[in-house]
Design a binder for this molecule. Structure first.
Ligand code: NAD
Length: 528
């Protein structure tokens, strides 16, 4: 037997759900099998027929119901998120509930404006009228990670729903428990307007469940997750040529110039790196600091980081940071930090995996990190800040761009022109000047990455239209049509075309007039 023979172990049919901060068992949730996924997709397809015919007003009503039910259940949602992910109540309310309300409201307000049919000029065909109809695609699948249990589900469904699609969300196995509450909210929001619960279904399961969804023939896939699984999704989506949006990892740089407001820079870096305990695709993992301010910056941020209180949250305000959601992620963080320390990096704060219960990794600051270290290149997705010293702007930009990733980026400076110059040079899907990751909150801005951070965009006009078939329609402008008589080919067709093209597109007026004269002569000749 070949040593490399791959034996596929069937995934469990139940997901055991634990609180990562306490280890307490929350319960278990059914993991859908590939056959069950097929049936779910079929039900969604049927439900979409009615949803796709709904008016914008009905879609707005369902989305508003989602906001209303979210607000009515805000404490239950935060509690479920805290139990399922180990994050703090503050991260749950500000990092999950608030962005979901913000995004859903934006879609309610702007959906129709960007999705209604759009008239376009018809160019040479003056007797015709052209328009673009933003038609639903059908069933959209969103495969999402564990870092924001509530936001990853609700933030993914608003745009495709508004565009008239049924939506299937494959939630992460690491946060399956809270999906029961979320599905309940969605079901109620749909039922109140008379729509089937099959219109939006959350699917729980492991990689096999996600893989079955990818190969199910849905019309579009949004994948939010790691680069490795992103590649698997693309392989799977090739089967039905299903288009994909890829929202993958990041290694976001924040450049701190010597003329930055020091307090603002320190607090932006703290927030950028430690919000959600760094389990954030747009975490500012690399803080690149200009030499002149480096020592002050490092001293100030180390003091504040060392004072962060970490523990298993039981109520709002008891801790600054919570637990790492996935036990597998703890291993990734520890491996990268240990490798860096073994190769000459220094931990000013943290850097040691604590013994004891719960998935905890402490907020950590590493200095003396060199670009060749694994930790400088690979995504940590945890509470580890690398602070790197550079002599000038050019070196800062070069270091920032020295990455396979390009999700978001930041620059901190009081000099507006300098901020714009640096932002212009950064290879990323977005840059915040004097802030961290806030591009994501501005729903009018597209969100996404370049390089290995992915492609396609969420949010904004492009994020809505991403879930449509931009169907081109050309019709008669007036009450009559001009039949094109192409055959049989007349003797002067070529000469007419020759003169017409020159008349329309030549850069010189004399050329154009000469061509017009040729056209007149050709016309007189054909009549005479
Ligand atoms: P992951 O890739 O392990 O899992 C993401 C989802 O894919 C999960 O639901 C998982 O069950 C599913 N999955 C796993 N194997 C699959 C397969 N073969 N086919 C189909 N689906 C499969 O990611 P994660 O560990 O849950 O999340 C962390 C990653 O997500 C980080 O890299 C982070 O940067 C990224 N992320 C990106 C964004 C963004 O918007 N760019 C946002 C959040 C997280």
């Amino acid at each position: 037997m070949s040593a490399s023979l791959h034996i596929h172990t069937p995934q469990p049919t139940e997901i055991e759900c634990l609180n990562p901060a306490t280890g307490a068992r929350l319960g278990s949730v059914h993991a859908s099998s590939p056959d069950e996924v097929k049936a779910i997709v079929e039900r969604a397809r049927i439900a979409q027929k009615k949803w796709g015919q709904s008016t914008f007003a009905q879609r707005r009503a369902v989305l508003q119901n989602i906001i209303d039910l979210t607000l009515a259940n805000i404490d239950e949602i935060c509690e479920a998120v805290v139990q399922d992910s180990g994050k703090t109540y503050e991260n749950a309310i500000l990092g999950e509930v608030m962005p979901v309300c913000n995004k859903t409201k934006w879609v309610i307000k702007n959906g129709e404006k960007f999705l209604k049919p759009e008239k376009v000029p018809s160019g040479l065909l003056m007797h015709k009228a052209g328009r673009i109809e933003y038609r639903p695609l059908g069933v959209v699948a969103c495969i999402v990670p564990w870092n924001y249990p509530f936001q990853n589900v609700f933030g993914s469904i608003a745009a495709p729903l508004m565009a008239g699609n049924a939506v299937l969300v494959k939630a992460s196995e690491a946060v399956a428990w809270s999906t029961q509450l979320f599905q309940n909210i969605i079901d109620k929001a749909l039922a109140k307007e008379g729509f089937s619960a099959d219109t939006v279904q959350i699917i729980n399961g492991y990689g096999d469940t996600g893989a079955a969804l990818v190969r199910s023939g849905v019309q579009k896939i949004l994948f939010i997750g790691s680069v490795g699984n992103g590649r698997r999704i693309i392989e799977g989506s090739a089967q039905h040529l299903t288009p994909v949006i890829m929202e993958l990892g990041g290694k976001d740089p924040m450049i701190v110039c010597e003329d930055a407001d020091l307090q603002q820079a320190v607090h932006s870096a703290l927030g950028g790196c430690f919000i959600n305990l760094g389990q954030n695709c747009i975490a500012s993992e690399r803080i690149i600091v200009l030499d002149a301010v480096y020592d002050k910056f490092v001293a100030e941020i180390s003091k504040l980081t060392g004072n962060l209180r970490q523990g298993a949250p039981t109520k709002p305000g008891d801790f600054d940071v919570g637990a790492v959601c996935s036990p597998l992620q703890i291993k990734v963080i520890d491996t990268l930090v240990s490798d860096a320390l073994a190769n000459g990096a220094k931990a000013l704060v943290g850097g040691v995996l604590p013994k004891g219960p719960g998935n905890f990794y402490p907020p950590t600051i590493l200095v003396n990190v060199t670009p060749d270290m694994r930790i400088a290149r690979e995504e940590v997705f945890g509470p580890v800040m690398l602070i790197m010293r550079v002599p000038n702007d050019a070196a800062a930009i070069a270091l920032a761009n020295n990455s396979e990733f390009g999700l978001q980026s930041s620059v901190m400076t009081k000099d507006r022109a300098r901020g714009e110059r640096i932002a212009d040079a950064l290879e990323a899907g977005g840059t915040c000047i004097n802030d961290f990751g806030m591009c994501y909150l501005n729903q009018d801005l597209p969100f996404g990455g370049v390089k290995y951070s992915g492609f396609g965009r969420m949010n904004g006009r492009d994020g809505l239209r991403a879930y449509t078939n931009a169907k081109a329609v050309l019709t008669d402008r007036f009450g009559f049509s001009v039949p094109p008589k192409l055959y049989p080919v007349g003797p002067s067709v070529y000469a007419n075309a020759h003169a017409s093209i020159r008349m329309l597109y030549a850069s010189s007026w004399t050329d154009r007039l000469a061509s017009l004269w040729t056209l007149i002569r050709l016309s007189m000749k054909s009549k005479g």
